[in-house]
Write a protein that binds this ligand. Structure first.
Ligand SMILES: [Zn+2]
Length: 232
């Protein structure tokens, strides 16, 4: 059975071109050293900037989603009986609040579950889930993950939820469209930290390993490259 289970993970690693020496590891060779830390919560200026960016991302994705739906599913805006809001205008305030809370909670769990699934696909180890303050996280503190794999893990929830969400908005009954639209746009807005980590890492040299603690991450370089990286 283990053979069957390890096949997709192996294929995943091969697909992104991880070499034999660039697999996730639980012990890093002595030639690597800690070179950079990213802690989004500790840097107050960065945290404020990310919160503003997150509001912008929310507004932008709501606008884009409406434009997209107008093009692909115009009946949502023209049909009074099967429109985007038709199922809600007659509903009670309480039902709307319950739907809203379910969407927010569902989005948080789904987002972290997708990070967790990708941690597991690459490492084969069980990821850690938890809460720190208002933030939920998925992490793999026992693993050193190569940069290509980590880039995929960081963007997976944004890409998967957006693509699947838009697919569902096109085929599900109209009453489902608004909750899914809210889930997709809130997920996009909540992914600004992931996007920041993605580009922060993308600009760093090849060959590095990342250790994710949930609320911060540590980056390790081979000794000869560590000097370049520390200048950032
Ligand atoms: Zn995330």
């Amino acid at each position: 059975m283990a053979f069957v289970c390890t096949m997709p993970k192996q294929m995943m690693r091969d697909k992104i071109g991880m070499t034999e020496t660039q697999r996730p590891m639980q012990v890093l060779p002595g030639t690597y050293q800690l070179s950079a830390n990213l802690n989004l919560a500790k840097d107050i200026k960065l945290a404020i900037a990310l919160n503003i960016a997150s509001l912008g991302m929310f507004a932008g994705s709501v606008l884009l989603s409406f434009k997209f739906l107008q093009l692909i599913r115009p009946s949502l805006f023209t049909d009074p009986l099967d429109g985007l809001f038709s199922g809600y205008l007659s509903g009670t305030f309480l039902v709307t609040i319950i739907i809203l809370i379910s969407v927010i909670v569902g989005m948080i769990f789904l987002h972290e579950a997708i990070h967790g699934l990708f941690f597991w696909l690459f490492t084969g180890g069980r990821p850690k889930f938890g809460f720190r303050g208002f933030y939920a996280y998925a992490a793999a503190p026992d693993w050193f993950i190569p940069k290509p794999a980590y880039l995929i893990i960081s963007l997976a929830p944004l890409v998967v939820i957006s693509v699947v969400g838009f697919g569902l908005m096109l085929i599900l009954p109209s009453a489902w469209v608004l909750p899914i639209l809210l889930l997709v746009t809130m997920n996009a807005s909540g992914a600004v930290g992931d996007l920041y980590a993605f580009f922060w890492l993308l600009l760093k040299p090849k060959g590095l390993y990342i250790q994710d603690f949930g609320d911060r991450m540590a980056v390790y370089f081979p000794r000869e490259k560590a000097g370049d990286a520390e200048q950032e």
